[in-house]
Design a protein around this ligand. Structure first.
Ligand SMILES: Cc1ncc(C[n+]2csc(CCOP(=O)(O)OP(=O)(O)O)c2C)c(N)n1
Length: 340
């Protein structure tokens, strides 16, 4: 990303300064994009569920930043930001949400299941936690082919109680696969609070039972997420086997847009909002010598333009044609297989 005017950090290497601003841009873009999606949902323009990740942006930005082309990511239903950070065109992403032909699934699926394999993004599945064995499968392929890529699987603390998650972690530990498990612990699985979900405090403690390390980090602190991810990813790429990072965080909105989240108390929400990842990171930028007011203005202007352009692109895109409804349902090899 071009460095916005007003950023003045003379002594830092340019790449680092650029990364600092890029991370800020991503968090702001994810927040602005999701806010717009929530509004569009109220206008009945979105097909399928909307699961806002507002409050959790630092996790996606910090975990995806050290990834490379060819790495494989399995996001959670709340991780729309993964698509943006991995370089999916925002217009295509918005078209996916609006069920348009120009979307990732060509209008045949909701946001939830639309992946982008060209960018190594596997679309979420409805069965919570079932994308972890898939990420582990990708990691097995990287190991067998001696490729230096890694797989990343995001999941919630709710999903962490599912069998698939344990099986995936166990297999990854036994085979020492290049996979990073990222738990976004936002304290609620739909309406179920943490203490009714698990008998321990940290999901990260489970990693040891599978033979690898678990790390706990504040998911609202972008720099902390980035630091632990960079360190852990370097080891995984080096062939040292899997790792788990548990990011403690909170979701601001309900489980999805139809959930008013009446099961949690307002004070708790306000307390977490006071630890919002964006102002926290702005403080860092300011201390590093950036002219925050100007940087913020420029980035806000840029994100608004990107989001507006995405909405216009999606709104102008056609819906899929009914006669194409049965296309793309089977992998080409299966479709071409001779009938017995
Ligand atoms: C196996 C399974 N059980 C239940 C559901 C219904 N469900 C969808 S999302 C959700 C809550 C998930 O909580 P968590 O894994 O902590 O992720 P979060 O939504 O909090 O980000 C539930 C119970 C489901 N999709 N799959």
């Amino acid at each position: 990303m071009a460095q916005p005017e007003g950023a003045r950090v003379a002594t830092e290497p340019a790449a680092r300064v650029e990364q600092e601003l890029q991370l800020y841009y991503w968090m702001k873009l994810i927040r602005a994009f999701e806010e717009r999606v929530s509004r569009l949902h109220r206008q009945n323009k979105i097909f399928g569920g909307v699961y806002s990740g507002a409050g959790q942006e630092a996790i996606v930005a910090g975990v995806c930043a050290p990834l490379r082309d060819g790495d494989f990511v399995a996001p959670l239903h709340r991780d729309l930001g993964v698509f943006l950070v991995r370089g999916v065109d925002p217009g295509r992403l918005m078209a996916q949400l609006m069920g348009k032909e120009t979307g990732l699934s060509r209008g045949k699926d909701s946001f939830l299941h639309g992946g982008d394999l060209e960018r190594g993004i596997f679309g979420s599945t409805s069965m919570l936690g079932s994308s972890l064995p898939i990420a582990v499968g990708a990691a097995l392929k990287f190991k067998m082919k001696r490729e230096k890529n890694i797989a990343v699987a995001f999941f919630g603390e709710g999903a962490s109680s599912r069998g698939d998650v344990h099986e995936a972690m166990n297999f990854a530990g036994v085979q020492k696969l290049p996979v990073l498990f990222v738990c976004e612990n936002n304290r609620y699985a739909y309406s179920t609070p943490l203490e009714k979900q698990m008998a321990i405090e940290d999901v990260a403690d489970r990693a040891e039972a599978y033979g690898f390390r678990g790390h706990v980090v504040s998911g609202n602190d972008l720099l902390a997420v980035l630091e632990v991810t960079e360190r852990v990813v370097a080891k995984i790429r080096n062939g040292e086997g899997p790792a788990l990072i548990e990011c403690k965080t909170y979701r601001y909105r309900g489980h999805s847009e139809h959930d008013a989240a009446l099961y949690r108390d307002q004070e708790e929400l306000i307390e977490w909002q006071s630890r919002d990842p964006i102002p926290g990171y702005e403080l860092f930028l300011e201390k590093k010598g950036h002219d925050l007011k100007r940087v913020r203005e420029q980035i806000d202007e840029r994100t608004q333009k990107v989001v507006q352009a995405a909405v216009e692109y999606a709104e102008q895109s056609p819906f899929p044609k009914p006669e194409e409804a049965l296309e793309d349902l089977f992998a080409p090899a299966l479709a071409a297989a001779p009938k017995k």
